[in-house]
Ligand binder design. Sequence first.
Ligand SMILES: [Zn+2]
Ligand SMILES: [Zn+2]
Length: 330
Amino acid sequence: MSQFRQDPVSKDWIIISTGRKNRPMDFKSARSERISSPKETCPFEDLEKSGNLPIFYAFPDEKNWEVAVIPNKYPAININELCANEGVVGPYKVVEGVGRHELVITRDHDGNFTTLPDEQLKRLFLTFKERFKYLENDPCSNYASLFQSYGPTAGGSLYHPHYQILALPIVPPDIKRSLEGSLRYYRETGNCVHCEILKYELHSGARIVYEDDGVVAIAPFASRAPYEIRVFPKKHQSHFEESSDETIFHAAKVSAKVLNAIKSVLGDPDYNFFLHTSPFHGKTEYSHYHWHMEIIPKMSLFGGFEWSTGVDINSVDPDEATKLLKEAIK
Ligand SMILES: [Zn+2]
Ligand SMILES: [Zn+2]
């Protein structure tokens, strides 16, 4: 059975088509083998030797860091003290590619965040918050993107656990659409669309993978990819960096739990893990928005139909994904 489903926020359409490849073992054979790279050649074992300096932030200190924030040696954008200039080239609008591109790294060469002890996990996520608090004061940055690309097919070229923060002069298109969808719903109903979704999903229960006091992990009704999961704070909050340390720690723990369940169901798939939050300069303007984390395991390849229509075909019903992950949650 196939069904078109529309995401109420993005207004994107997807197709749930479960007649195709959908058993977990089919995916297992498709996953890439995780290859550990030797510590001797790892650039994050000795930051001075590998030239990954300066350290922007370290906990507890620069010498004994458990978590460190360093510049990305190969930034996607130019680091500049000046704000981006806007311009026009013929019919095209351009903005200088300036901003900041930072890496957040943890000490253990093999310790992805899903395996860290609570104290270190908390410290890592509070470092994200800390960095957002710092970057929001940068007049040139409008939005900060936080993400982890885990494994080569997800775009992660380095083995040592690392998380990236890109501070941008523009609001990126996916965020813009999400903000606009949320605003449209708010104007029509006076409510936050994500709060309404959570209310419905918590009542229905069919797509709740896990919940605790502070956050809830759901398999979206219009999941674009197999085993796609979103993690929401239960209490409405537009800006990640404004949430309490406690809530952020809950989001970290639940994200780790869900990823460990994905690992036990699907092997050890590559994945993308990222944050959707409001732009810095709009604490009241974006009060309708509800920040969340998204987990997208790399399961399916983007095909011709997807590129030509923007409609993703998902071969796993999110209700089915929920059942399997729920059983595997520890
Ligand atoms: Zn390392
Ligand atoms: Zn909300």
